[in-house]
Design a protein around this ligand. Structure first.
Ligand code: KIV
Ligand code: ZN
Length: 387
């Protein structure tokens, strides 16, 4: 059972905060870190301390207040970065340094003008250096999604030997297809002799809209940590969305995977992040979008009113959403109209609903959505018609 526990590594405060316009101050970061801990995330990536004095201070303060989740700080494979991350994490109950380097040929040549052997050596050295400060060291092989699997396996084996407790396999550019990403994880599990000494982590970007699918594929092939953000925020098209992967694993519980996330807190934290980062959530976003539990077509509304499960696979209260909504539009049917009138305190028989429905359609064709106030006027006018 324990080997099916999936650790949730939240990077809203680091990768998520890289979104233009989403910059947070220390007070906002602490408030979000406390909410993430309350949500039940296993690891909070609090920031990139070398990047600015403000980020250093935020990581330092988060490290002091967070007690149950691990607090993680990002660094490049550079001694000074690692030392600064370690300094910011001092006092953390569970500190983790996340260090690493690009391993794809594109990164090796264009970013570092180096060879594979040189990068392998730098990878080993950065993990060894980080181990001088903390026990829990996560290594990232940036652009692993486009890294040759043989070479990636050599890097992974070497960093585990150097002491990495977690190895992150980022699909940095969101390039992989789900079966390719899954096969990459399976390849590492099969070909890295010391793989049982570390946890393999998925860190998938959403450039092709595949971040969630790729992360789940990674888990199905042996990864045991998912790196994700609230509302899927992150560089470019974003990161894997925390609420999506958590609810996929919960809905498909027969697979045996589970997380520690308190799912009733998903919608409240989504709103908190959206408000704090001034980043609206798209209405049709899975789990946390305003339309995620709205039903507007007549066929769906009729089925939903007979049995909610006909069109809802998740109960809104399970994810802390306000509740299911029947939206009255020109596509709605008589049963939804009768149901809404009933809720507003008006009982009409079939014939009466037929008459009211024609009236309703005229209003609905003029307006995008028919409001309760419109129905109250209709009911009032209807009741005063002499029979
Ligand atoms: O996308 C990426 O590769 C990253 C690493 C720094 C972990 O964010
Ligand atoms: Zn990333």
């Amino acid at each position: 059972m324990a080997d099916k526990k999936i650790n949730i590594f939240d990077t809203t405060l680091r990768d998520g905060e890289q979104v233009p316009g989403c910059k947070l101050n220390s007070k906002e970061k602490i408030e979000l870190a406390l909410a993430l801990e309350d949500l039940g995330v296993d690891i909070i990536e609090a920031g990139f301390p070398i990047s600015s004095p403000g980020d250093f201070a935020s990581v330092q303060q988060i490290a002091k207040v967070i007690k149950n989740s691990s607090v993680c700080a990002l660094s490049r494979a550079v001694e000074k970065d690692i030392e600064t991350a370690a300094e910011a994490l001092k006092g953390a109950a569970r500190p983790r340094i996340h260090t690493g380097i690009g391993t794809s040929d594109s990164h090796i040549k264009s970013k570092f003008n180096a060879t594979r052997e040189e990068i392998l050596e730098r990878a080993i050295q950065c993990v060894k250096w980080a181990k001088n400060f903390v026990d829990d060291v996560e290594f990232y092989a940036e652009d692993a999604g486009r890294t040759d699997n043989d070479y990636l396996a050599r890097v992974v084996e070497a960093v585990i030997s150097a002491g990495a407790t977690v190895v992150n396999i980022p699909d940095t550019t969101g390039y992989c297809l789900p079966h390719q990403y899954g096969e990459k994880i399976a390849y590492l599990i099969k070909n890295v002799p010391n793989i049982d000494k570390a946890v393999i982590s998925c860190h998938c970007h959403n450039d092709l809209g595949l971040a969630t699918a790729n992360s789940i594929s990674g888990v199905l092939h042996g990864a045991r940590q998912i790196e994700c953000t609230i509302n899927g925020l992150g560089e470019r098209a974003g990161n894997t969305s925390l609420e999506e992967v958590v609810m996929i694993l919960k809905q498909h519980h027969t697979l045996g995977y589970f997380t520690n996330i308190k799912t009733q807190k998903l919608n409240p934290i989504s709103r908190l992040v959206s408000d704090t980062m001034r980043m609206p959530v798209q209405a049709n976003k899975a789990i946390v979008g305003s339309n995620a539990f709205s039903h507007s077509s007549g066929i769906h509304q009729d089925g939903f009113l007979k049995d909610a499960q006909t069109y809802e696979i998740i109960a809104p209260e399970e994810v802390g959403a306000d509740g299911s909504k029947i939206v009255l539009t020109a596509r709605s049917g008589r049963s939804a109209l009768a149901h809404r009138f009933q809720k507003l305190g008006h009982s009409f028989n079939r014939n009466e609903i037929d008459v009211l429905y024609s009236e309703f359609l005229k209003i609905a064709d003029r307006k995008k959505e028919v409001e309760d106030a419109d129905l109250q006027i209709m009911a009032k006018n209807f009741e005063v018609i002499p029979s």
